[in-house]
Design a protein around this ligand. Structure first.
Ligand code: 5RP
Length: 218
């Protein structure tokens, strides 16, 4: 089975958590794109979606799924999204697609985070995947210096502007053993919008695409 087939298996398995008549929180990325295709197959059974990126919004609308403004929705049953890394504590690194801030906002509104990944994303210790940090452009150099003090090696993601008009620093060289503490510490640096650690609030359900099919852990 290819990696994309494993992503597809995870994306389609997440349909199990979609309630009839609900508004669904939708993440961003190639795994989520399979989930959006799956949602399209039941679009008449759901009310619509709240999206975490312009890319996902376009795909949802293209399939005829109504996309609601986050400000008009009080709560969501579920938020379905991928991850770049996930550990046994269900802490994640996200933001490979630069959508981390909107992802964290939609995840915060949802009761349950359903993480969909292929089996290459499971790690013992977070940090091999560089940690994305969304930064206000004028603070880029200052934030980079602060990240070095935390033991990281920040690299400016050239040519990328987030949906919120900000830039991304990818922090290499981290061996993240206290993810919640690091998440809070980085978010405390002036000029940081948010960072890609989803540890203070991690995944509630993990669906892993494997060569044998989707494995669900609740
Ligand atoms: C985007 C994300 C994605 O969930 C993450 O990058 C995983 O992407 P993919 O499903 O394409 O492997 O956080 O900001």
């Amino acid at each position: 089975m290819t990696q994309d087939e494993m992503k597809k298996a995870a994306g389609w398995a997440a349909l199990k958590y979609v309630e009839k008549g609900s508004i669904v929180g939708v993440g961003t990325g190639s795994t989520v794109n399979h989930f959006i295709d799956a949602l399209g197959s039941i679009k008449d059974d759901i009310k619509g979606a709240v999206s975490s990126s312009i890319a996902s919004t376009e795909k949802l609308k293209g399939l005829g799924i109504e996309v609601f403004d986050c400000n008009d929705v009080m709560s969501l049953d579920i938020y379905v999204d991928g991850a770049d890394e996930i550990n046994a504590q269900r802490e994640m690194i996200k933001g490979g697609g630069a959508a981390l801030t909107r992802e964290k906002i939609v995840a915060a509104i949802a009761e349950k985070f359903v993480c969909i990944v292929d089996d290459t994303k499971a790690v013992d210790v977070l940090g091999t995947f560089p940690l994305p940090v969304e930064v206000i452009p004028m603070a880029r150099s200052y934030v980079a210096r602060e990240l070095v003090k935390l033991g990281g090696d920040p690299v400016y993601r050239q040519g990328v502007v987030t949906d919120n008009g900000n830039v991304i620093l990818d922090v290499h060289g981290l061996h993240i053993t206290h993810a919640k503490d690091l998440e809070a510490k980085i978010n405390g640096i002036a000029g940081v919008v948010t960072n890609g650690l989803f540890a203070i609030s991690g995944a509630d359900v993990v669906i892993t695409g494997t060569p044998a099919g989707a494995k669900i852990e609740e």
